[in-house]
Design a protein around this ligand. Structure first.
Ligand code: CP
Ligand code: NVA
Length: 301
């Protein structure tokens, strides 16, 4: 593994290796056992979109690994004034041992990785949110003891979260069912990938998708960059909500995940969110451990 750009590129064996190391790093973190795998290294954290969890968990994660993080917020680099991705990548590769990028098009992280000479991690693009889904898989495995054979159901927009969950779920042996309105399906490349799995179902009816699910996941109806479509989307997604009724279609011991931030009253009810808050905030914590594992595997040298 040279980069971590999308789960489509990551093998099931590599996913397992990341999850196992993440568990170990979480254990070491809880027991104050030092793990300075990035001692003396510098990691760039580039943001073209807002962030709470990704920004803080990466910065704290690099520190806990013995390295230093340099955070470049939206509007702070020459890239935001038109300097090319290629020139930025060739420059920053001279300073950093690795770079995390949160941006719009997937092509930006791909080009950065192709032209630069250090590992690149996707901290969310419009296409995938692979770090989040590694934390989600870690959380499901912690709670359920396994991933293989479980049913994961995603309800809502066929966005970056849907794309990464489909790939991550199928690659780890889960059954994956997805319910989206027909104009908001996951990306064609993702559906091409999923097509070869008999354990994949793409539906329009949320209750049908939720039937006997072990894990229910949703995400906002309008992602970053889609603020102007919020009103149209509110109409298109009415009914694509995780609520009491959705939960009653799922297994009695089903858990609910949400990558956050949540829009309660839209994609999830406050009641269901709060009843699952213990899992949802563990999921948020697991960003830290999963990303430390990814950085260690890519940058330890
Ligand atoms: N889930 C997630 O990526 O959160 P932030 O947007 O706060 O980083
Ligand atoms: N789909 C959301 C996820 C936020 C973490 C977005 O891209 O805004």
């Amino acid at each position: 593994m040279k980069h971590f750009l999308k789960l489509l590129d990551v093998s099931p064996k590599e996913i397992e290796e990341i999850l196992n190391l993440a568990d170990q790093l979480k254990y070491e973190n809880k027991h104050n056992i030092a793990h300075p795998h990035l001692k003396g290294k510098s990691v760039g954290l580039i943001f073209h979109k807002a962030s709470t969890r990704t920004r803080v968990s990466f910065q704290v994660g690099v520190y806990q690994l013995g390295g230093q993080a340099v955070v470049l917020n939206p509007g702070e680099t020459q890239m935001d004034r038109g300097e090319s991705i290629a020139d930025t990548a060739r420059t920053l590769s001279r300073y950093f041992d690795g770079v995390m990028i949160r941006t719009f098009g997937q092509h930006i992280v791909e080009e950065f990785a192709a032209v630069g000479s250090v590992p690149v991690i996707n901290g969310l693009t419009d296409f995938e949110h692979p770090c989040q889904v590694m934390a989600d898989l870690m959380t499901i495995r912690e709670v359920k003891g396994t991933l293989e054979g479980l049913k994961l159901c995603y309800i809502g927009d066929g966005n970056n979260m849907a794309n990464s969950l489909i790939v991550g779920g199928l690659k780890t042996g889960m059954k994956v069912s997805v319910a989206t309105p027909k104009d908001y399906r996951p990306a064609p490349e993702i559906l091409d990938f999923a097509q070869s799995y008999s354990s994949f179902e793409l539906l329009e009816n949320p209750l049908e998708a939720a039937a006997d699910a072990d894990v229910l996941v949703t995400d906002v109806w309008a992602s970053m960059g889609q603020e102007g479509e919020a009103e149209i989307r509110r109409k298109a997604f009415a009914g694509y909500q995780i609520n009491r009724e959705t939960l009653s279609a799922a297994r009695g011991d089903a858990i609910v995940l949400h990558c956050l931030p949540a829009h309660k009253g839209e994609e999830i009810t406050e009641e269901v969110f709060e009843a699952n808050a213990h899992v949802i905030f563990e999921e948020a914590e697991n960003r830290l451990h999963a990303q430390k594992a990814i950085m260690t595997l890519l940058m330890r040298g």
